[in-house]
Ligand binder design. Sequence first.
Ligand SMILES: [Zn+2]
Length: 411
Amino acid sequence: MTKTFSPTKRLLVKGIIATCLLSVTRIGFAAAMAQVVAVRVWPSSTYTRITLESNISLKYKQFLLSNPNRIAIDINNISLNPILKNISSKVLKHDPYIKSIRVVQRDQKIVRILIELKQDVKPNTFALSPIAKFKHRLVMDLYPSKPASSKNDDPLLALLEEYKKGELNKKQSEIKSPTNKNKNAPIIVVLDPGHGGEDPGAIGYNKTREKDIVLQIARRTYNLLKKEPNIKVYMTRNEDVFIPLKVRVAKARSLRADLFISIHADAFANRSVGGSSVFALSTGGASSSAASYLAQTQNEADQIGGVSRSGDKYLDNTILDLVQKTTLSNGVLLGNAILNRMKKVNKLHKPFLEKAGFAVLKAPDIPSILVETAFISNTAEEKKLKTAAFQNQVSKAIFDGVKDYIKKRKK
Ligand SMILES: [Zn+2]
């Protein structure tokens, strides 16, 4: 990850400190004008996200206008620049919620953003502090007011709603013990392509984005698994959308998944490092310092992708111990089964199943693993990751590993 040095930001910080030292009032802050440095619009069937990235945090007021239905956001202390103006061109025709966006300078210091809507929405607006390569962000997520009933049985929208309110774990499905399952019921596999939307994941030397590659691999794996008569397969996301880690786990739990496979591509500062890895959940420490670092950076996905709140309780409940033991040992079994297949399609980064505390692997009753398909930071592997041939090989390895596991697992 490259850190960009921003001289303007630095001068600004110095200016603010100087004003504080003179200890006058907050007039010094008012004088600092905000600058929008990037705008992004992420449409998806579940929700559309608008992100304004700026050098300092934005002060805004938001209100609804009717005839036609619009959302207006007045941003203070800012003048319209070409980047902000360009937001109109970011709206895609197929966006389910946004018809158009206009920006106008209301007076010397206020810019108004007008979002014309295609349907009634519930906006959720929040600010994010700088993280990784991102500066301050103002995020607006537009959710449908009335979820379309045609949206089959996908629980994603409802789970995101609960997540926003901090109620995700209150309404979670009961803990599934292996014994209360019908033996002839199909095996439910949930594939989890990592990252998405505002969170690109790792980025290769040639700008390949992890989020795109892993979605393609997950789709290929999905297509293989869906042909199996005794398997039912779902995906946590099938679009370029940001889904918080806990919502991914919650989706798998509400689908009553039997196994969960998170798909990623690794990255390291040293471009010569390569190979595939498979991780199972560790409840204690990580199997290596690199594994622990990786888990830490992957768990930051929520801060990078951006979420307004969170909550996590059920993991601390000791009643789960027994269920968790079976889950963990089945996770190891699944991980090894996939690792054995992966070593036929790529060299391994480490010749054994690794363990780390990835947040996305923490469903107490679902054996969960994470596959680092290859290093996107390694130019040779980046090139490979983009090819249909390698993507198919990885998908087949995951598919075969799942089938090997099903034969061996403890019930
Ligand atoms: Zn990742």
